[in-house]
Design a protein around this ligand. Sequence first.
Ligand code: NAD
Ligand code: DAU
Length: 349
Amino acid sequence: MKLLITGGAGFIGSHVVRLFVNKYPQYQIVNLDKLTYAGNLENLRDVEKAPNYQFVKGDIVDADFVNALFAQHQFDGVLHLAAESHVDRSILDPLAFVQTNVIGTVNLLNAAKQSWQGNTEGKRFYHISTDEVYGSLDEGGYFLETTPYDPQSPYSASKAASDHFVRAYHNTYKLPMVISNCSNNYGSHQFPEKLIPLFIHNIQHNKPLPVYGKGENVRDWLWVEDHARAIDVIYHQGKDGDTYNIGGFNEWKNIDLIHLLCQQMDAKLGRAEGTSAQLISYVTDRAGHDLRYAIDAQKLMNELGWKPSVTFEEGLAKTIDWYLENTQWLDSVTSGAYQQYYQTQYQNR
Ligand code: NAD
Ligand code: DAU
């Protein structure tokens, strides 16, 4: 079995690579990643020498390169995670999201279609997507697999387009595929542009915590290692052509999550309770900010038997511990270009 994992140097991808390399020594794993600002080979130091693992640097937007890679390796399966993934960056530069998320995905679909022509036995294209394609909920209800798409940001529009292309290739060319749509992930190795690692980093350095709007938006949080386990289960047991929502029924209003984070950070840093919360600073809201995401993951739980392994409080504590023990990782990714991004994103907000 030869598997291509795209975006394996990123946050979720590195957890998926680690799980597959360790759990399936009989598989050959090729990790294709462009190493954008979000990709970091440090994330994979512990598996980089494994005999069943190989890293290839490359861009999924380059069709010739992608076709040549498929011709060389004859992959049996693809787990496609490479993407531009940050909503705020999609507001600053939507075209980068169209390039990687839409064109990059179609390039991979074309290469898989070409490579598997005439023999799709045992082949599978697994597209990893997001709950944001369903749009925004008000106070009630959940996203189901049947919820109509209603993306609201350039990021979610590009992910929705890529999901549509994957289904179109299944319908038109019978390409074997499966899609999952997951809620917000948190855990180790997440680039500190996303809420939880950004706020951990700022708390450590006594910097303001920029809460968008009134902090009333709701997100549904899942520990990244539980997402990786779900991906393993869906890749191996999911029904061809099907879609699975992934989430842990774990909704948090941003401001409540931030208070919990501040509390745990105070305890871990030996600060008096309430110290970190003083850093909270309400800033101009994100444009078009989706109010609430909430995943109904019962299909995945009932049909494939997956369930989350940790409570949010446990997962958050493990996550904080990792960042506090890996300050070098955090310091290296927050130097250079990060400073420039931080200025553009947060100055004058
Ligand atoms: P990330 O931004 O941390 O990592 C993305 C990776 O893709 C990086 O390693 C980057 O170098 C690589 N990449 C980007 N453009 C590329 C290109 N053109 N060619 C090759 N590689 C490229 O993202 P993440 O948070 O780990 O998300 C991974 C996937 O999961 C994405 O598809 C995202 O839409 C989806 N997802 C993320 C979340 C979340 O909460 N982070 C939730 C649900 C779904
Ligand atoms: O729902 C899944 C999605 O979750 C993934 O598809 C995306 O790749 C991932 O980035 C994430 O999107 P969000 O926009 O929900 O995540 P982010 O961490 O950027 O923001 C979480 C919430 O926190 C959101 O309501 C915006 C708010 N926020 C975020 C930042 C960065 C702030 O209040 N201040 C901030 O500085």
